[in-house]
Design a protein around this ligand. Structure first.
Ligand SMILES: C[C@H](O)[C@H](O)[C@H]1CNC2=NC(N)=NC(=O)C2=N1
Length: 94
């Protein structure tokens, strides 16, 4: 069973993820791309990683923007899995 992290841990870990913040109790970041195709390409790459890790984002795309929110449903909070996916998403975004 994956454990949810404490608020203290979450805020400490967020310092290593500039661009991400805590909104609605979820790790949140808005990615901006040059155009829709770049945005959708990012979502495609991220979707493959999410599926492989069985850990899926909540996200919203309008044109060149992708808003991502991460939380772990099984833990009813934010877990290590969310930080791992956030870091990977940062690597996938140019
Ligand atoms: C049954 C399936 O493995 C689970 O529902 C997985 C799927 N993807 C998931 N994604 C996220 N973000 N949190 C989860 O707890 C989760 N659980």
């Amino acid at each position: 069973m994956v454990e949810k992290l404490s608020d203290t841990d979450i805020h400490a870990r967020l310092r290593d993820l500039p661009g991400w913040s805590l909104q609605d109790g979820k790790l949140t970041r808005e990615f901006h791309f040059a155009n829709f195709v770049d945005a959708f390409g990012f979502m495609t790459r991220a979707a493959m990683v999410a599926e492989k890790s069985n850990h899926h984002p909540e996200w919203f795309n309008v044109y060149n923007k992708v808003k991502v929110q991460l939380t772990t449903h099984e833990a009813k909070g934010i877990s290590e899995r969310d930080f791992a996916l956030a870091a990977t998403m940062d690597e996938l975004a140019p």
